[in-house]
Design a binder for this molecule. Sequence first.
Ligand SMILES: [Zn+2]
Ligand SMILES: [Zn+2]
Length: 307
Amino acid sequence: MVILPILHRLGWMQWEELSFDWLLVCVYGVFAVILTYAICWPLEALMPVEPFQGRKALLTDAIYTVLARVGVLPITSFLVFYDVQVWVNRFAVQRGYIPPTLETLVPSLLGHPLLTFALYALILDCSDYWRHRLSHSFRCWYALHALHHAQREMSFWSDDRNHLLDDLIAGLWFGVVALLIGIPPLQFPVLLLLMRFVESLSHANIRLSFGRIGDWLVVSPSFHRTHHGLPAAGRTSCNYGAVFPIWDIVFGTADFRVTFPPTGDRRAPEAIATGRYLEQQWGGLMHFSAEWRRARMSKSQRSRPAP
Ligand SMILES: [Zn+2]
Ligand SMILES: [Zn+2]
């Protein structure tokens, strides 16, 4: 509404379509952040697990959220995903192959859009469970994911606190699965909006579990805090699920104890725990390259013949 007359005045109407897309994308992202803030902030004020000590750390996490939700996430889920899906479908059709959707794979889902939508969410969440679990299984990958775990004061802003490389892997992982199961382009951003809201809430500094049954259905702040909790060994190995705990139950990694432990990663470099945004990104890259070199050295030592 504001942009179009300006473009017209400047004679830049060829940008009209593009500017509309961008506007839509920004509105989507801003809406997601405002909704998350409006629900999570009062809850954090009402029943915090711990009082916040460092406003700087909170502010840095907020920068991650705004960058991810107003910029990267809507752009990739609305624009890039749409273009890639159109291109992949055209490529497949030209070669005589009709890409499947969940409804064509399971015809009984036809006419049940809500059920199909929920199934898409469950499948995406299952793939995310494995991405997350694998990121804890490989030391090099965990070196990137450590940026997420290094936060000692979790809040609803902490969900997007990730290394850019880790975000890139997650985006590609999610996008490929979404393409494989044929999520309709406009459903994808809506699904992400809902899933990311649950993920923000699960990181919030709230003394809240959803009860015996609720905790089995949706990931609660208590459930995800246990994943972030400081164990004696230094790394956690439970509660990888982002939205539905069902995958932790099925694959034997669920821990439903309601304990609200202190969080963080004792082995993470200080730069990624308390640095500013760029310091964290750089520190994460250094941490990753140190782990990479260490892994290569131990591999070459193993392959060297014994004297
Ligand atoms: Zn993790
Ligand atoms: Zn987390």
